[in-house]
Design a protein. Structure first.
Lengths: 154, 124
């Protein structure tokens, strides 16, 4: 610490002695908040931004009585998105599920529909239009396995 | 019940109006998620109207983007088109997966999303 910085530090500490307990608590709350919310320089992925929009949808968001999305589901999807091998595009459905979509340059398509259940529905269409439908465990490891297979990394 | 013609268009408002881009992918195509509704996929049938008249009338009632598919495309994937007029909307119809299931299968959603025509884009 430089001499100037040390002087500033000592001045602040001296001034803190004059503050009441309430004032000190308020400063503590502000500092903790600044540290916890310090997102400067971080790039929020588009999939997470989209999920935030989905979280904000209210009941009847589709004009046909679709319910808003339960916190348990959006938290599960958020966790998956934070750990997924390839960033997908994210869409809500009026079946109270959230769909992750992957598209390859050759036209192949894969979607994983996530609900509150332990399983997720996988649907894929190959470049030569062969469709497959299956149920997979809704776990990051299993999802990353199929995503890597889709992109030919396995 | 009025019969549907193969070429008749079925217009669908893609919600929500607060987020007009919600169901569009980055490449400009429509997500299959726009065709997933466990309560039945609501559409307005053309019923002999000009496209622009049907769209204008829909826009009086609905906010959001409007896409269309035709009856033949629904039949090609064995989806059922059901005429369900309501007091407020004589054109109201629904596309169902089959006679026993309102929800479209993933195959049906994929086919219809691939063939959907964008008729009106809100705020884009």
């Amino acid at each position: 610490m430089t001499m100037a910085a040390r002087k500033t530090y000592e001045d602040i500490v001296e001034k803190l002695h004059d503050l009441s307990e309430t004032q000190l608590l308020a400063i503590h709350t502000i500092v903790v908040g600044l540290v916890e919310n310090d997102d400067r320089g971080k790039v929020v992925p588009d999939s997470i931004k989209k999920l935030t929009e989905i979280e904000e949808l209210e009941d009847n968001w589709n004009g046909n009585g679709a319910a808003s999305f339960p916190k348990e589901l959006t938290m599960k999807v958020r966790y998956i998105l934070e750990h997924i091998a390839v960033e997908p595009e994210v869409f809500p459905t009026a079946c109270n599920t959230i769909q992750l979509e992957f598209d390859r340059a050759d036209g192949a398509h894969m979607e994983i529909e996530i609900s509150e259940s332990m399983d997720a529905d996988l649907f894929s269409v190959s470049a030569d239009n062969k469709e497959t439908c299956e149920s997979i465990a809704c776990e990051v490891s299993e999802i990353n396995k199929v995503v890597k297979e889709f992109y030919g990394e396995v | 019940m009025e019969k549907f013609e193969e070429t008749e268009k079925l217009f669908r408002a893609v919600y929500p109006p607060s987020h007009p881009g919600m169901f569009w992918k980055k490449d400009g195509t429509l997500s299959t998620a726009a065709f997933a509704d466990s309560k039945g996929l609501s559409v307005d049938r053309g019923f002999g109207r000009k496209d622009e008249d049907a769209i204008t009338e829909m826009r009086r009632k609905f906010k959001g983007c409007i896409v269309s598919v035709n009856v033949k495309q629904c039949w090609e994937v064995n989806a059922l088109v059901v005429y369900l007029p309501s007091k407020n909307n004589r054109y109201h119809s629904e596309i169902h997966g089959n006679e026993n299931k309102t929800l479209l299968s993933k195959h049906q959603r994929f086919y219809l999303a691939q063939n959907a025509i964008v008729e009106h884009m809100e705020g884009r």
